[in-house]
Write a protein that binds this ligand. Structure first.
Ligand SMILES: [Zn+2]
Length: 380
């Protein structure tokens, strides 16, 4: 296959080429934010850097009361093997743009920046517009958007609306908007007791029998069923361990592991209480939680046009059809803004190739996303 480097002159590809050329494997930024900061300052944004524990964060805002914020991440997952083009470089091949992070989500950032340039060039001042960028989304997400959201809250600068540029589309940019995500958390329930000889111990005192019974009770728990646009809570038992095995000895410990995906109708504390209440009083146990991720679900203001209506209209303008609303998918940084009261919508490029070798996006879909973002900016 013949490789053709993207033409440098195409103005809508300049920022994309600059960002894809930097190997910003999480949590590294590798110079993406300094590049964006310089460009945004030239456009009249006030830029603030907010580094935290090795993570780069950038807040750029236009003067005025906070209105809309675009949130995104400059970090990417490692390139891995089996690329047919160099991963950290923009390549154009057969109508597609290639590069690690083009869909998730340097393409979204570059498209938004081009849309801002165009909107400003057509006389829109975009008061209070912000860009919130972090280099810690693909990793632990501990010192990125969470820190920026808290910082903005302290300063009284939280925007009412946050547009997250994650790749949410199936086939065409804008065909799917994400307006919420389920929360996730992993639980470990450790039971401890005494080992026994099978010839003497009654089966009801066997710790493994009790763990099996508890596992079944966990699996049978009934949770909320969510809402029309939001899936309900589910629990899956994912592991059962019991230390060394001997054919005539019952174990002295047993560990149950499980994972929950939960809706905005419940909380991690409520889940914790429910599971503690399930364990019989005579059992010694310890319950721990890992990798918690809060759910979010945006409820949009009544006054029209509200945030959702504006985004839907912008999509219609760029795509010729209205988007589908979805709450599927894994965790997103949108949760940190939603938790503080912002309305959050995720809108970006098609996501078919994210985190894979040869990550790519049709050039036409990248250009479409610029049009959609521009239409939204000009409607503010
Ligand atoms: Zn992403």
């Amino acid at each position: 296959m013949k490789l053709q480097k993207a033409p440098q002159a195409a103005p809508e590809l300049v920022h994309l080429e600059a960002l894809l050329g930097k190997a910003s494997v999480t949590p590294l930024d590798a110079g993406c934010q300094p590049y964006l900061a310089e460009r945004l300052e030239e456009l009249g944004f006030i830029v603030e850097r907010l580094p935290c524990q090795g993570v780069d964060n950038l807040i750029a805002r236009r003067p005025g009361v906070p209105s809309l914020a675009f949130a995104g991440h400059t970090d990417v997952v490692p390139a891995g093997q089996h690329w047919q083009v160099p991963p950290f470089q923009l390549s154009e091949l057969g109508g597609y743009l290639y590069g690690r992070g083009i869909a998730d989500m340097k393409g979204g950032i570059a498209a938004f920046l081009v849309a801002v340039e165009r909107a400003l060039a057509t006389g829109h001042e975009l008061p209070g517009l912000m860009l919130l960028l972090t280099s810690d989304e693909e990793g632990e997400a501990e010192f990125g958007s969470r820190v920026m959201a808290q910082h903005l809250k302290t300063q009284g600068l939280l925007p009412p609306w946050v547009l997250v540029g994650e790749p949410t589309a199936r086939s065409h940019s804008g065909d799917t908007l994400r307006v919420g995500r389920r929360g996730a958390v992993s639980g470990t329930l450790r039971l401890s007791g005494r080992a026994g000889h099978v010839a003497y111990l009654p089966p009801t005192a066997n710790l493994l029998h009790r763990a099996l019974a508890l596992g079944q009770q966990l699996a049978a728990l009934e949770w909320d069923s969510g809402a029309p646009d939001f899936p309900g809570t589910v629990l899956h038992v994912t592991g059962l361990e019991h230390g060394d095995w001997l054919d005539n000895v019952t174990p002295s410990s047993a560990t149950l592991r499980f994972n929950l995906r939960y809706s905005h109708k419940t909380s991690k504390d409520a889940i914790d209480q429910r599971i503690r209440a399930l364990v019989p009083g005579d059992l010694d146990f310890q319950l721990d939680w890992d990798r918690p991720c809060e759910p979010y679900f945006s409820l949009f203001g009544e006054a029209q046009p509200n945030f959702l209506t504006r985004v839907e209209r912008a999509v219609f303008k760029g795509l010729g059809q209205f988007p589908v609303l979805s709450t599927a998918g894994g965790a997103s940084d949108g949760r940190f803004f939603s938790a503080l009261g912002c309305e959050v919508i995720e809108l970006g490029l098609p996501n078919a190739s994210i985190h894979q070798a040869n990550e790519r996006v049709e050039k036409g879909e990248y250009l479409r996303l610029i049009d959609i973002y521009q239409a939204l900016l000009e409607s503010l």
